[in-house]
Design a protein around this ligand. Sequence first.
Ligand code: SAM
Length: 263
Amino acid sequence: MSEGNPLGFHRRWILLKPPLRPDSQIIAAYRREVEGHNARVLLLGVTAELADIGDTTVAVDISKKMIASAWPGDTEKRKALHGNWLDMPLEAREFTAAIGDGILAGIEFPQYQTFFSQLAKLLLPGARIALRLYETPEPGETVTMVRDQTMRGKIAGFHAFKWRLAMAIAAETKQAAVPVSAIHRRFQREFPDRAALSAATGWSLDVISEIDAYDSKPMIYRFPTRRELLAHLPDSFANPRFAASGDYELAERCPLFVADIPS
Ligand SMILES: C[S@@+](CC[C@H](N)C(=O)[O-])C[C@H]1O[C@@H](n2cnc3c(N)ncnc32)[C@H](O)[C@@H]1O
């Protein structure tokens, strides 16, 4: 998945913070979860912060621009490949773990079978996956609840706000898939006065204008509930569980989804 923006997501990436981008506590959570499984890591995406969790790492990303701008460069221990997770540019069953940050937001339920079977064929018996989620809670919030919390200054970060708004739309429509254009439209309707929003939250107008990256853009993000994710998980993965990824704002909705290939 990549966010639309006049600047381009790959150039704006460096500005992002949790919950969108991993910080030290999220990295520590990944390390904890793949400990003992990190000899040969398959990284989904080119998240630089996760590039050295493996003794060796192979990253796969569909965007040449992201590989060129976000990946910290190939070394003896790590390399990035251009390819699609749904049709992996790899053959050998050689990985002890697969990790990825927010990646299920870019995959729709009908593709889960293909996605997870592509992973399963590359993972050794006993391998582990750890994928940080953007999880819609149950029961979810309504958009009105998010608006009220926002205008009372109860949401600290703009990105946490954006994800809460998106998850409230998912909960109201009972659809994990939320087009970013719908997030923008709903934002415009609920927060017509940006100066008032800025005064209530402390977010600058510049920060608030980040939402305009979604205006009329075609991307669709998915914010599944835990139950939806588990219902679509193929049998090849055992012992699915959810591990905390830190205490940043909205961390409780961004757990690491962990599961194992049976030995
Ligand atoms: C790692 S994910 C999510 C990163 C971040 N935490 C977020 O929420 O925006 C974003 C990356 O996934 C890549 N990507 C999306 N769909 C892909 C696919 N089907 N195959 C390979 N890479 C894909 C994009 O090019 C982008 O670099």
